[in-house]
Design a protein around this ligand. Sequence first.
Ligand SMILES: Nc1ncnc2c1ncn2[C@@H]1O[C@H](COP(=O)(O)OP(=O)(O)O)[C@@H](O)[C@H]1O
Ligand SMILES: [Mg+2]
Length: 297
Amino acid sequence: MTEALQRTALHAPPPATAPEASVARPLIRIEDVSLTYGRGERKVQALSRTSLDVPNGDFVALVGPSGCGKSTILKIVAQLLSPSEGHVFVAGREIGAVDIRIGMAFQNPTLLPWLSIRDNVMLPLKISQPFRSDWRRKKNGEYRDRADALLAKVGLGGFAGHYPWQLSGGMQQRASLCRALVHEPTLLLLDEPFGALDQFTREELWDVLQALWMEQKPTVLLVTHDLRESAYLANRIVVMSARPGRIIVDETVDYQRPRSIETTFRSDFVELNHRLRSLIFEARAAGSGAIPAGVAA
Ligand SMILES: Nc1ncnc2c1ncn2[C@@H]1O[C@H](COP(=O)(O)OP(=O)(O)O)[C@@H](O)[C@H]1O
Ligand SMILES: [Mg+2]
């Protein structure tokens, strides 16, 4: 058992008597969720009794071995999948019963090639309420200005009229972040959004995302395999075990914002990264859902 595991606060629910327990209702509550893909011989249990509370405005990074169910969690929260067992609540009500505004971005920018960058960014305003009702009236005014302002913020001011294929991968990912945020979502789901970019571009985009987050303060679930990225961006890092995934460590990261690349060279930042790395190695080695020694089930 490592000291790190002993020291890490384990996702302990607040005592029932704490006054905050009833007041601070999490925006997202994942409660004992299991998910199995396929049937019979092809059955794969991706998640096993996973629980996670995400308060409003939290920036949570989900890290863990490949295949442990990180993307599955995002898909459940986005209502693209239903859990086989357990419950997911949004603002205290069963998911599906509440309309929540969600923004998403993935490793692949998934911009539509036949639309200009501006039109790609405006897409959520065209398809989601309450914006959709005003689409015809505002698409050449307020909505267009909103898209252009966001594009300017991420350094794409001159590219609104360009098409995705005219932009580099890093620029496309900037545009995809704008699209994820243009409708001011309550919840931002990011699945390895910088995973395909080179190191320098990735670090530039950390700053872009941090600045956008500090302005809008959406609740964020960020899946990443880059530990520096998780510690740079998040205020909480949640580590998952190997498949079937469950949460084994929940660590607070309280560096002041805005964080900078300089922050990543600090000794405590480096130490945090080492600690997380060894936790993930142990989780991988434990495999098949076994919990590393010292971590409460
Ligand atoms: N549609 C699917 N059908 C069958 N198995 C799947 C499907 N999607 C994911 N899986 C499996 O479920 C496990 C968890 O997947 P995923 O959530 O994508 O992992 P992660 O994002 O942590 O790498 C993996 O073993 C993966 O192969
Ligand atoms: Mg994934």
